[in-house]
Design a protein around this ligand. Structure first.
Ligand SMILES: [Fe+2]
Ligand SMILES: [Fe+2]
Length: 241
């Protein structure tokens, strides 16, 4: 009887070890799938960045700024993970805008600008049907990153908290990066000038709480920018827009 109980115990232990091993393998596989998705999404963002002739490393910087800001805003760990993974696709809808408008040097006509604005809806329609958290979040960000806190943004003219927090975060970091980077129509602004302007947009263009947290940690944002400078347009073989 005692021998049988011992044998039974041994079998249970063997099964437990096997289950633990299988569990570890499943966790590793799941991590592999998530990181493959993250890398693919980031690469799609870089493809869009190149095609739109964005300033060098715009996708990288905006993604890092989003991650930092979401973290400092004390969003949940999962939210920080999702916004970080989804931010690279904020302008993916620009793939649907014709070259002659997207890459036009100089000022756009009103009609052309109206077409550029549709990149928000195009991006959303590309991503909204996904069942994956990261891609669904990317759809929200693509749709809402040009909305403004006071309701004067596009495409829906959403106000305040009707704009998803992912949209409010990316709206700020995207503009911050544009201000301090080279554009065909302007030199990069000094950090101080960009900070003053963003500060003046508290409660207008941007969520006041998001601005406050951003300003409180401006030194950390400046460090990211130093790590990935936007560079000069001709230096990288493509102009900046
Ligand atoms: Fe955009
Ligand atoms: Fe952008």
């Amino acid at each position: 009887m005692a021998k049988e109980i011992n044998q039974f115990d041994t079998k249970v232990l063997v099964h437990r070890d096997l289950l633990q091993k299988k569990n570890k393998t499943l966790i590793a596989l799941n991590d592999e799938i998530e990181s493959t998705l993250r890398e693919t999404v980031f690469t799609m963002g870089v493809i869009e960045e190149r095609r739109s002739k964005e300033s060098k490393d715009h996708t990288k910087r905006v993604t890092l700024y989003s991650q930092l800001l979401a973290h400092k805003l004390e969003l949940s760990a999962r939210d920080v993970e999702i916004i970080t993974a989804a931010t690279p696709l904020h302008d993916i809808g620009k793939l649907g805008i014709p070259d002659e408008i997207l890459l036009k040097p100089g000022k756009l006509t009103e009609a052309e600008f109206a077409i550029v604005k549709t990149h928000t809806e195009i991006g959303y329609s590309m991503l909204k049907h996904s069942k994956r958290d990261i891609l669904r979040a990317a759809g929200i960000i693509a749709f809402q990153h040009h909305e403004k806190w006071d309701g004067s943004g596009y495409p829906q003219g959403l106000k305040c908290e009707a704009i998803h927090v992912y949209g409010r975060v990316v709206a700020l970091v995207d503009v911050f990066d544009a201000l301090i980077s080279y554009r065909v129509y302007k030199e990069p602004w000094e950090l101080e000038r960009a900070v003053d302007w963003i500060s003046s947009q508290r409660g207008r263009h941007f969520d006041p709480d998001v601005v406050q947290v951003f300003l409180a940690h401006i030194a950390d944002f400046a460090t990211i920018r130093e790590q990935f400078p936007s560079g000069l347009s001709n230096e990288h073989g493509f102009a900046v827009a």
